[in-house]
Design a protein around this ligand. Structure first.
Ligand code: DGY
Length: 330
């Protein structure tokens, strides 16, 4: 990039002003104003000649897109902590740094995970429909019985920042907490959360609730399939706020209709959006919300600020404040 001109960047959706203002200060911005993601051909056309790309988890960043961008592209900044929409190896081969937004969405995401856990345990959506549909005739000793949270065991799969924040909430609610993760948490983190690391199979067999907080990678894709559901405690509840493809939804549907699982509560699905006629949507014991775990005003402002700072640093050729580790370029 010549020093004479301002860098040009593509921002693939309107993000909070907190971030846009930072980007506009530093660069000429092509902002995709659509409510839906830019269609692929539009994305490929607009990215051509850009110095920076601020992408969303709905944009696939791969060889094709990077080729379309051309050799001037200096940074890909994702407006998310998850980066499974980005081919990191393709970025590494071109020497393009990738940024994400860790840390700022931890508490908001754990809040939604715990809200989903509570809602599924106590059948809140069913209760809400019951009243709305005017089916409430009296107080009933057997009406809408759910599962106790206090005293139950929560198994957390993936014990990074968000998994640990979930554990802190669970501890406050009197739950026993187990976790399974690639790496053992620090003694301080284990002490703060009271969580105990166990093998995956032990977690499945011992937990009344299982909450998924792993990233999506080849080893976690389909991790919750028939075999995992068969190992789970009868009547357990599954919560997923990570990525949809970690769960095999056909197997989940069978586990929910056979009664082997009591309920599931999902913030993420495969695909997204999940259409209203999808078999899971019609199940009374499956609560689904539209990938809103980080959707609070403060959190989205903070994500926008981080994504903007990564973008600006990248177009200036500076180290990104929040770089994603890239695989060695082969
Ligand atoms: C993320 O950041 O990866 C979430 O899924 C969206 O906030």
């Amino acid at each position: 990039m010549s020093d004479q001109r301002r860098p040009r960047v593509l921002v693939t959706r309107r993000i909070p002003e907190a971030g846009l203002a930072i980007v506009r200060q530093a660069a000429e911005v092509d902002l995709w104003e659509g409510e839906l993601p830019p269609p692929r051909d539009e994305l490929l056309r607009r990215v051509a000649g850009m110095d920076g790309l601020l992408a969303l988890l709905t944009d696939r960043v791969d060889d094709e897109l990077l080729d379309a961008a051309g050799t001037g592209l200096r940074v890909v900044s994702n407006f998310a902590v998850g980066v499974d929409n980005i081919d990191l190896a393709a970025c590494a081969r071109r020497g393009i740094p990738v940024g994400n937004t860790p840390g700022v969405l931890t508490e908001a995401t754990a809040d939604i995970a715990f809200a989903l856990l509570m809602a599924a345990a106590r059948r809140l959506p069913e209760g809400h429909d019951f009243v709305r549909e005017d089916r409430w005739t009296t107080w009933g000793p057997l009406l809408l019985l759910g599962k106790d949270v206090a005293g139950a065991t929560l198994g957390i799969v993936g014990f990074g920042r968000i998994g640990q924040a979930m554990a802190r909430r669970a501890r406050g609610f009197g739950m026993r907490v187990l976790y399974h993760s690639r790496h053992r948490a620090s003694p301080e983190a284990e002490a703060a959360t009271g969580a105990e690391m166990v093998p995956f199979e032990t977690l499945l067999a011992s937990s009344d609730f299982v909450s998924i907080h792993t990233d999506l990678n080849p080893s976690t894709r389909g991790l919750f399939g028939r075999e995992a559901f068969a190992r789970m405690k009868p009547g357990a509840i599954l919560v997923n706020t990570s990525r949809g493809p970690v769960v095999d939804q056909v197997a989940l549907h069978d586990a929910l209709t056979s009664g082997s699982l009591f309920a599931a509560a999902l913030d993420v699905t495969d695909p997204e959006p999940l259409r209203a006629d999808h078999p899971l949507v019609g199940l009374p014991n499956c609560l689904i919300v539209p990938h809103i775990a980080s959707a609070t005003e403060r959190t989205r402002d903070a994500m926008a600020t981080k994504a903007a700072n990564n973008l600006v640093a990248g177009v200036r050729g500076q180290p990104l404040p929040d770089p994603v580790p890239l695989p060695a370029a082969g």
